[in-house]
Ligand binder design. Structure first.
Ligand code: ADP
Ligand code: MG
Length: 292
């Protein structure tokens, strides 16, 4: 690779909002045949909104939301921000939480006004030995509609479901279609439940989904694909995507995402626009053709 053509390639990318870190990233892009793409913040806007609160007969909807939001004030997760905002919009008085604990990839626990609260996915309730059965059908139905649904337990009993939804990025469907036309296999990767993930994947035309993947397993998924001989790029935005971005042959970070994701990536899409992925790959092919 001549320095001159690399400079022209990266310069052209920069004008289109595609920052290519080095010659290596530009060279490797051309060979990519598989794109692993994170759901939240990459395919979706990453700004979830509270859309449903449903409780069993023995609980009050606003009281349960107040308890959960009080707890989530201690969390940095985007889901937490959605819940706190939703509670504030309902003008609920939030309380101080004690014994706050975040369980990565599962949820949060703590005590609010003397009540023990656990809030997160089914896996969280399983490790806390709380039976989710009474609310599973309800949760499933909301998930099929594409909501990310968490379960609330109060004092060791499942009490309600809380659902959030996240808009798709406007360009997502078209960007995925272009990648498919280029012969690239696209796999969506998420810690979210299978039903929610499949509903979102269907909307943007992705037919391979890896759901319910714990944060520390994301890079394993990339590694397993590489061991099958595939050339893998990974696109993500979050702190927990960084190891997978580094493991991939090309890491692609959203400029709207976490700094550590950007640092781990060879390519940054300044505005988080997924159309940049196919464009970056074309740029790579054009540059490499020039060189040969
Ligand atoms: P993603 O890969 O989609 O960004 P995470 O791995 O961070 O998701 O989390 C996976 C799942 O764990 C979430 O969909 C949610 O059900 C649960 N979870 C994680 N953190 C929280 C939290 N702060 N509050 C409630 N649920 C959470
Ligand atoms: Mg994400």
């Amino acid at each position: 690779a001549t320095p001159m053509s690399i400079m022209v390639g990266t310069g052209r990318g920069a004008l289109a909002g595609i920052l290519i870190k080095n010659a290596e990233a530009l060279e490797r892009l051309e060979k990519v045949d598989t794109l692993v793409i994170d759901k939240t913040g990459t395919i979706t806007e990453g700004k979830p909104r509270l859309v449903s609160v449903a409780v069993g007969p023995t609980h009050d909807e606003n009281e349960v939301l107040r308890q959960v939001a009080s707890l989530e004030r201690g969390s940095e997760h985007p889901l937490a921000a959605a819940i706190v905002k939703g509670a504030e919009e309902r003008r609920l008085d939030l309380a101080e939480a004690e014994d706050f604990e975040a369980v990565p990839g599962k949820g949060v626990t703590g005590t609010v006004a003397g009540h023990r609260i656990a809030f997160g996915n089914q896996e969280l309730l399983r490790v806390k030995e709380i039976d989710p059965t009474p609310l599973l059908d309800q949760a499933e139905e909301l998930r099929r509609a594409g909501q990310t649904v968490m379960l609330v337990a109060v004092d060791g009993q499942v009490a309600g479901t809380i659902g959030v939804a996240d808009e798709l990025k406007p360009s997502a469907g078209e960007a995925i279609r272009h990648l498919h036309e280029e012969g690239i296999r696209v796999i969506m990767l998420t810690g979210d439940s299978r039903l929610t993930a499949e509903a979102v994947a269907r909307k943007v035309g992705i037919d391979h989904v890896e759901a319910e993947v714990l944060p520390e397993r994301k890079s394993e998924v990339v590694k397993e694909l590489q061991q099958r001989g595939l050339h893998v790029a990974m696109a993500g935005d979050g702190i927990n995507d960084a190891p997978a971005l580094a493991q991939a042959e090309v890491g692609i970070a959203m400029g709207t995402g976490a700094d550590v994701a950007i640092e781990s990536a060879g390519v940054t899409l300044v505005k988080g626009d997924l159309a940049g992925i196919a464009r970056a790959r074309k740029l790579s092919s054009a540059t490499m053709r020039n060189i040969r």
